[in-house]
Structure formats: C-alpha cells, structure tokens
Write a protein that binds this ligand. Structure first.
Ligand code: NIG
Ligand code: FE
Length: 421
C-alpha cells in the first residue's frame, strides 16, 4: 500500500529504485585534487530512496525495502548500475546555422584568418543566429537538449554570445529562458556578450565592453535572464587588462564570473583567479606557473576536450591541474564552430586516455565538481538531501562507462526521482 503523505500529490511518495548491481554514489570525495579509484563508494545490490525530488537514503536494497515497507518500488530489470546524472557546465547550444564548411576548410589546412575571411568563424554564427527567430532558437536548444539528456546529462549551462548587440543577446537569453519552461533539465544561462567585438560595432573593444556593462547587463538583470557573465580573453578577442576591469564591474553588478581562458595563448586563467571566477575554461595553453596559481584557488578548471578535438589543438593539462590540487571539471563546449560533437562521455574518456586520468577523476569532473562550477552544490552526488538526478546503465560494472568511450548509452534518466527516459 502506498502511504499518502501530505494529500495526494505523487511527488510526496517515498520511492525506492533498485535493486542495482552497483550504485556509484561519488559521495565523500574531496572537491579538489587527484583521486584514486579505491576512494569511490560502490554499493552492491543497492537501492535509492527518494521523496519529493530528493534523495532520502542510498544503501542495500533489501534493507531499505524492509526499513521502508510502504514505499513505492521502482523495480529495476536485469543488471543495471546507477550513478549521479552528468552536468555539462559549458555549452553554446543556442545558435543558428551550421559551420561544417569551417570544419572542412580547417582540415584542408586553412588558417583561422582564411576561414574568417571567407565568411566562416564566430561572425558567421552571429549572422545566422541574428536571422533566427526566438522560437527557432528555442527549437534548436530543445533538440540539442534531447541529445544531451540521452547521454545522461540533466544540468546544462548555455551561453549567449552569437547575438553581440543588446537586442540579439537578449533574444538568445530569452530563448534559453523559454526553453527552460519546456524541459525538466536544469538550464544555467550565461551572458557571453563579450565573445567578440562585433564587426558592426563602431568603437574600440573597450567601448564595446562598456556597452555591455551599460546596455546589456542591466537588462539581463532586470529580466532575470542570467546570473553569470563570461568573456573570451584572447589575442583575437578581448585583451587581459580591459577584460579584468570588465569582469570586476560585472561582479559589482552582482554577476558570477566565468572566463574562456588560455585557449591559444597563456595569461588569462590568472585573471580568472584574480577576479574570483567560478571557473576558467579551456586552458589548452596554460603554462605551469599559472596551473599552480589556478590549482591553489577555488576557481574550477574546466577542460573542453571537444574543442581540442574540433580544432586539432592540445588537450588541457588536466593531469597537472589535478596533481597540483586543482578542481577539474570536463564539459562539451558544444558549439557550431570549435566543438560540434557535443558528446560528453566520448570526449571525457578520450581526455582520460591522453591525460592519464582515473575513472574517479573523470566521473567527478562530470558530476559534483562540474556542479560546483555552476554553484549548484545540491547535485552531482547520491547522498541524503541531494537532488535525485541519476542515471542507469545496463551493465554490471561502472568501469564500462568510460571503457566504451561513449557508445554505451544510459538506460534510464531520472530527474527529481522521476524517470524521464
Ligand atoms: O569555446 N573560444 C571561443 N568560443 C567558442 C567557440 C565559438 C565558435 O567558434 O563559434 C569556444 O571554443
Ligand atoms: Fe566555449
């Protein structure tokens, strides 16, 4: 018999999911530094007890069933394992158009400049995104979200940055807000108006940054469209000094900060740390001295192997970051230009192979450590009180997830304790 607590709302049933061959809780692991696989908590014959979207307890399925005899049982068929759902802390999945031609030209040996001159690059995505209606953008976001959900991702950061003027940037952020009303996954919007100075802006890059501060961010705030601000600090985008002062002002306005840092040239991860950014993302070109600086901070280092694979650039020095004690997260950077693949587990397992990362380090980088980068400490581990977002795989051992490099897909996805797929 079901216990009807607090009237008849089904969300208030206690529900026991299981039995799982293994539950990988990712509980009791440090936020910072390297991890060995022996430190992973694995519950055999496990159960996950949830109520009102939260985890009440994880433990032995049979014992939980005895202890909570009235709970509804969500029987799991065959051999399955469970772990926290993934968090993709860096995407650009709100865009119009396609840059397949950039990819082909790059592989044919064309340089960044040649590609930009022949109509490609970020500016081409800006033109396509400006041509799209808000609803077109919502459709594109939802289509890509469905793909990410099928990979077991239930929290997704999404950046603006292909609008590059007040009207178009707000259109992008409104599209993300509208998409949130149509999906159960958590969307975390970020204002990346400082992606590039648009070609049609009259004035210096400093003028453009001031325009963002004066004309865009107040509206973003007023409409509650984002609480995070990002900037692309790079020779071809914004310079270190102007970026630092921009970020400090954005922070004064109450925004959290994240930075596209050290993608091609070193130096900007230092700025991210100095301004107290939640994360410094990319880091393919970070020098040893700056790795140490970053690792000594609480700024999360977000590796984006999809961009390395899309551009043929080196991987982020993830091993060194962890060895120095830093917080490593891994995200897709899914975007139409540098990272068109959008497959988190494939990218993370390839990064693991090249950077020699343990399974514990990789899974942490896609769960509670990436959640921390988004300031979401309520998820990413399976423990009492946490949001009941978890995924299952039809397999008997968690090692199989990375071993199959993304070709083993989740069987079921749970959001707030409810199976959504
Ligand atoms: O994260 N580095 C800057 N921005 C994106 C690329 C965007 C694009 O090429 O459209 C990135 O890789
Ligand atoms: Fe990016």
């Amino acid at each position: 018999m079901k216990v009807y607590r607090y009237f008849y709302d089904s969300r208030f049933f206690m529900k026991l999911s299981g039995p799982f061959k293994q539950i990988l809780t990712l509980n009791n692991l440090p936020l910072k530094g390297k991890l060995n696989d022996e430190s992973l908590e694995v519950i055999s014959n496990g159960g996950i007890l949830t109520e009102n979207g939260k985890i009440i307890q994880t433990g032995d399925f049979t014992l939980l069933k005895q202890k909570f005899p009235d709970s509804e049982i969500d029987w799991v068929e065959g051999e399955q394992i469970a772990l926290p759902a993934f968090v993709d802390a860096h995407t650009h999945i709100c865009f119009g158009g396609n840059r397949a031609n950039d990819f082909a030209m790059r592989n044919a040996g064309k340089t960044y400049l040649e590609i930009a001159e022949s109509g490609g690059g970020i500016w081409s995505s800006v033109q396509h995104t400006r041509q799209a209606s808000e609803d077109d953008l919502v459709d594109g976001i939802l289509k890509r979200i469905n793909n990410l959900i099928s990979q077991g991702i239930t929290t997704i950061e999404i950046k603006s940055g292909y609008g590059l003027n007040a009207e178009e940037e707000l259109k992008m952020l409104r599209a993300i807000k509208k998409a949130q009303t149509k999906t159960k996954v958590t969307l975390v919007p970020t204002c990346l108006s400082a992606h590039l100075k648009p070609r049609d802006f009259e004035g210096s890059s400093e003028d453009y940054l001031n325009y963002i501060l004066d004309e865009i961010l107040p509206k973003v705030k007023a409409e509650n469209l984002a609480s995070r601000v990002d900037i692309f600090i790079e020779k071809s985008a914004f310079q270190p000094e102007e970026s630092k002062s921009f970020l400090l002002k954005a922070k004064e306005l109450g925004f959290q900060i994240t930075v596209h840092a050290d993608q091609f040239t070193a130096g900007s991860s230092r700025i991210a740390v100095e301004v107290g950014a939640k994360s410094a993302d990319h880091l393919e070109a970070t020098i040893d001295e700056d790795i140490e600086f970053l690792a000594n901070s609480n700024t999360v280092a977000i590796a984006l192997p999809g961009a390395s694979l899309g551009l043929g650039e080196p991987f982020t020095p993830a091993r060194k970051i962890l060895d120095k004690g830093g917080i490593l997260a891994i995200a897709t950077d899914w975007n139409p230009g540098s990272a068109p693949m959008g497959n988190l587990v494939t990218q993370a397992s390839i990064l693991a192979t090249y950077q020699k990362l343990t399974t514990a380090e990789v899974l942490s980088a896609m769960t509670f450590r990436s959640a921390y980068a988004l300031d979401l400490q309520d998820r990413g581990i399976l423990a009492k009180g946490k949001k009941a977002d978890f995924i299952t795989y039809e397999t008997d051992n968690f090692q199989n997830i990375l071993y199959h490099q993304g070709s083993l897909m989740p069987k079921n996805i749970y959001i707030n304790g409810e199976k959504i797929g």
